[in-house]
Design a protein around this ligand. Structure first.
Ligand code: F1P
Length: 346
């Protein structure tokens, strides 16, 4: 994240400079619609991006699975903007989606890690995430760096559209610059997450619940567990629990609750109570100020306080660690999981 932010944010005067898209900013500001297309982890980053763009810049955004985009006769054309997100820059479905959007006249921007990759070359403009090489197949630091780029884009867009003031932008940028230190804090003490991993390494299923910005994080937590630990896991918006998944909850089911956004706290507490009433094993990710969650949950991993808009950057870390320690306990190859490819090019 530090590399991603370097030279791009100025917390003194509240400005953001994103070299790759400065020339097309007016097109983004005036876009009729913004469509985000991506696969896997990058799709989850896109969901966080949707929340950020809509909240900070009041721009309506749709997030599409790139793998579905070309099969649905997409309504996209001149005056629209697609943002294609990809760590590798080589994912075949994301490439096909951006080609489809371009052929229909849309402006296509890239949020890519690998410099000079096919997606980076084929997009009209874009922002590199500067995450450095992903050693493992499963995306981890690419997620946080992609979200960081989308956050900067949303603040910049909000400033240009006048939906946020300069003072607000300065506050946001100042807090954004503190995120790397907050992540360091999570990484410094992983004792509790290791203890939880040791207890649940052989659970057959996991449920992940989140609201607002924590919903895409729930999806990402579940995906990381599937990818590297081969445990079946589902991520859900917490309020959807009662529309089906609640039937799965019993004393055998670990339920990871991401209670990291302040404005949804009361609702998350009632979800925790619902899980408790069915004897589910609650593993909460929560901030130190949120003692109510820690009192109710069986296990709590504390993360540093931040603004709701930045919470995915911090709350995803314990979930990545949980998958990592569980995978190691189960003897799985964390860097090279079975059946997965670094970039899915077919
Ligand atoms: C997309 C992705 C990754 C996943 C795995 C397979 O890749 O689904 O999110 O972890 O590596 O590919 P990309 O388009 O972001 O490179």
């Amino acid at each position: 994240i530090s590399d991603c932010l370097r030279g791009r944010i100025n917390s003194e005067d509240g400005t953001i400079t994103l070299g790759g898209i400065e020339d097309v900013m007016d097109k983004l500001v005036n876009a009729k619609r913004v469509v985000i297309a991506a696969c896997g982890t990058s799709w989850h980053s896109g969901l966080v991006g949707e929340y950020l763009f809509e909240y900070l810049a009041k721009v309506p955004v749709e997030v599409e699975y790139a793998s579905e985009f070309r099969y649905k006769e997409p309504l996209i054309g001149e005056g629209d903007v697609m943002i294609a997100i990809s760590q590798s820059g080589e994912t075949a479905d994301t490439l096909a989606a951006l080609r489809e959007a371009k052929a229909r006249g849309a402006l296509v921007l890239g949020v890519v890690n690998v410099v000079g990759s096919t997606i980076a070359r084929e997009t009209d403009a874009g922002v590199y995430i500067h995450a450095g090489p992903e050693i493992g197949v499963a995306s981890t630091k690419a997620f946080t760096a992609q979200v960081t780029v989308l956050t900067m884009m949303a603040i910049k867009l909000g400033l240009e559209k006048g939906t946020i003031t300069k003072t607000r932008a300065t506050e946001l940028i100042t807090e954004l610059s503190r995120i790397p230190a907050k992540i360091e804090e999570v990484l410094e003490d992983t004792t509790e997450i290791q203890r939880i991993s040791n207890l649940f390494s052989y659970a057959p299923n996991f449920l992940y619940l989140g609201r607002s910005y924590s919903f895409p994080v729930a999806l990402e937590g579940a995906l990381k567990l599937k990818e590297i630990s081969y445990i079946h896991a589902e991520g859900y918006p917490a309020a959807e629990m009662k529309h089906g998944p609640i039937a799965l909850i019993d004393e055998m089911m670990p339920v990871v609750v991401i209670a990291a956004t302040h404005h949804t706290n009361d609702k998350m507490i009632s979800n925790i109570e619902e899980v408790r009433a069915r004897k589910g094993r609650i593993i909460a990710i929560s901030t130190s100020e949120n003692t109510e969650v820690a009192d109710l949950a069986e296990f709590t991993t504390i993360i540093p306080e931040t603004m709701d808009v930045f919470s995915p950057l911090v709350s995803v870390i314990p979930l990545q660690l949980l998958s990592y320690y569980i995978a190691v306990n189960r003897g799985c190859n964390v860097d090279q999981p079975r059946n997965l490819a670094k970039s899915v090019t077919v």
